[in-house]
Design a protein around this ligand. Structure first.
Ligand code: AMP
Length: 141
């Protein structure tokens, strides 16, 4: 994939173009994998598309389809021996996105203190509420 889908003022686009250094793990025609510069645990890696999009839902399907197999390959190569890790993809500032170029994090969880620490604030929804939500979503599919 040529550079026509990359932006001039995006840090991850600059990494893909080689204008900013990175610890590259691997790349394909459509995706690029490298080490996170401020890891939550050893091996914390990022998978990014060679296509500038701020958000997951803006990416073309063929690019998305390229990213997850690379993420799987990288996850295996990181050496997730204990089988504990998170695959994370943040969209929007409130959802903890800091770099506005789509990226999947692969974050090994070697112990309770390192890696991703998650809040899981479960809300109360009745069966009727869930049905309403289901219908709202299905109408738009
Ligand atoms: P997020 O909060 O999901 O947007 O995550 C952005 C991630 O990008 C953070 O984990 C940063 O440490 C990482 N990051 C930012 N700049 C660089 C860089 N130049 N090289 C590698 N990772 C970076």
């Amino acid at each position: 994939m040529a550079n026509e889908h990359l932006s001039d003022n995006c840090i991850f686009c600059k990494i893909i173009k080689g204008e900013i250094p990175s610890n590259k793990i691997a790349e394909t025609e459509k995706s690029y994998a490298f080490l996170d510069i401020n890891p939550l645990s050893e091996g914390h890696a990022l998978i990014i598309p060679k296509y500038h999009s701020e958000f997951f839902h803006q990416l073309p399907d063929d690019v998305l389809a390229d990213m997850l197999p690379l993420a799987k390959k990288v996850a295996l190569a990181i050496g997730l021996d204990n089988g504990q890790y998170n695959l994370l993809q943040n969209n929007g500032r409130m959802a903890h996105q800091e770099v506005f170029h789509v990226h999947f994090h692969i974050i090994p969880k070697p112990n309770p203190e390192q890696g991703l620490i998650i809040g899981w604030p479960q809300q109360k929804f009745t069966a009727e509420d869930l049905k309403k939500t289901l219908n709202r979503i299905k109408e738009k599919l």
